[in-house]
Write a protein that binds this ligand. Structure first.
Ligand SMILES: *Cc1c(COP(=O)(O)O)cnc(C)c1O
Length: 397
């Protein structure tokens, strides 16, 4: 099935004997067996069937098939309870104490905490690099490196990593390439074609797309990586996605292509409007020509995504005060640290999503107190630009 619009509606349907049109919701933890021998055969792996919903569930399996079909080059997909569950499980699965991980410094707060605190406490050595700088990657990756990890674009700074170039460096030493695709709708970047081994995704964002449930997914380039490395860890440690959440996200995927195209078009227009506004010092949107890595964004991303990052130009007022004043003056756009909702949302990363990385961590990636992250929803573009311009006019600099 070639086109994402069709895949989102049609992939992964497993109809029951009732021939229902919409996907069935299997709210069960366990399964029954006709005989004790059947149960034994199932646990021996002699027959393929569902045995327990921590290992697999028909509704979750439908979502996994649909997600896999939406990400070009993916061989397998396992859903997780959240995006962070996917990030941690993927990294934990490919690393052992004593191993070396190279990670881009510009990361979502919790991703940074995993790389900076949680994995090192378990004996993994981590080197941080500027993900935009291929020389830093080349210097940091050694024969001991077992994995590289990065977001592209990064949340919220929109730093891009050249997936193909970093994958070539990592594969030269036999390291796994783990990409966090959480900032972009699934499929908007063909990371597997560029050399990624594992793509992790937060389905909480545009996949659900309507701000209802948490979810995540791990996708792999090969079946073996999923079956031998990822699935045993999930099976025994339990970061499993609930069937109800899987059902909600699966229905979200039916409209994903339409929603993300509309949001990305709107975001593209709004980015251009904000860029020329005298009260905005800079705008980062990958497909806006002002993005410092615009050429890479054109090569690597099929669209610019649904999120815009920008910095308010404050002159006399303190940056944080100006940013808060602007946010509080918005009438349509909601203040929320989530993104990828049908409703447009604005966040002040320094005091919320990126509080945990500390002032030094924020300075290292250029995240000032004037930076705002705007998640563009499905409202009309003009209503959003009106709201932004009205709030800017009411903000003291
Ligand atoms: C939101 C996000 C996550 C975490 O996903 P949750 O579903 O909130 O756990 C991880 N990485 C990136 C880049 C994100 O934007």
């Amino acid at each position: 099935m070639p086109h994402p619009e069709t895949v989102g509606v049609r992939a992964g349907i497993a109809r029951t004997e009732f021939f229902e049109t919409s996907e069935a919701l299997f709210l069960n933890s366990g399964y029954t067996y006709a005989t004790a021998e059947d149960a034994e055969r199932a646990f021996n792996g002699d027959v393929e069937r569902f045995v327990y919903s921590r290992y697999g569930n028909p509704t979750v399996a439908m979502l996994e098939d649909r997600l896999r079909a939406l990400q070009p080059g993916a061989a397998a997909c396992t859903a997780t309870a959240s995006g962070m569950g996917a990030v941690y499980t993927a990294l934990r699965a490919v690393l052992r104490p004593g191993d070396h991980l190279v990670a881009a410094r510009s990361l979502f707060g919790s991703c940074y905490v995993i790389c900076e605190e949680i994995l090192p406490a378990w004996g993994v050595e981590v080197t941080f690099v500027d993900g935009r700088d291929l020389d830093e990657w080349a210097d940091a990756i050694t024969s001991r490196t077992r994995a590289v990890f990065f977001e592209t674009p990064s949340n919220p700074m929109q730093h891009l990593v050249d997936v193909g170039a970093v994958a070539a460096l990592a594969h030269a030493v036999g390291a796994h390439v783990v990409v966090d695709h959480g900032f972009l709708p699934i499929g908007m970047q063909h990371c597997f074609d560029l050399g990624a081994d594992i793509v992790v995704h937060s389905a909480t964002k545009t996949a659900d797309g309507q701000g209802r449930v948490m979810g995540g997914a791990i996708l792999t380039a090969t079946d073996a990586l999923m079956v031998d490395t990822i699935q045993p860890l999930i099976k025994h440690t339990g970061p499993t996605l609930a069937p109800f959440n899987a059902w909600v996200i699966g229905k979200g995927l039916e409209t994903l292509a339409l929603r993300s195209r509309a949001c990305a078009q709107s975001a593209h227009t709004i980015a251009a409007t904000l860029r020329t506004h005298p009260q905005v010092s800079w705008v980062r949107y990958p497909h806006d020509p002002s993005h410092p890595q615009y050429d890479l964004a054109q090569r690597q991303m099929t669209a610019g995504g649904t999120v815009i990052t920008f910095e308010l130009a404050s002159q006399t007022t303190e940056a944080k005060t100006a940013a808060f004043g602007f946010m509080n003056a918005l009438q349509l756009i909601d203040i929320s640290n989530n993104f990828g909702d049908a409703k447009s949302l604005i966040a002040h990363p320094a005091t919320t999503t990126h509080r945990a990385i500390g002032a030094d961590g924020r300075a290292a990636i250029g995240l000032t107190d004037g930076v705002l992250r705007l998640s563009v929803g499905l409202e009309h573009t003009h209503d959003l630009t009106d709201d932004l311009e009205r709030a800017l006019a009411n903000t003291t600099r």
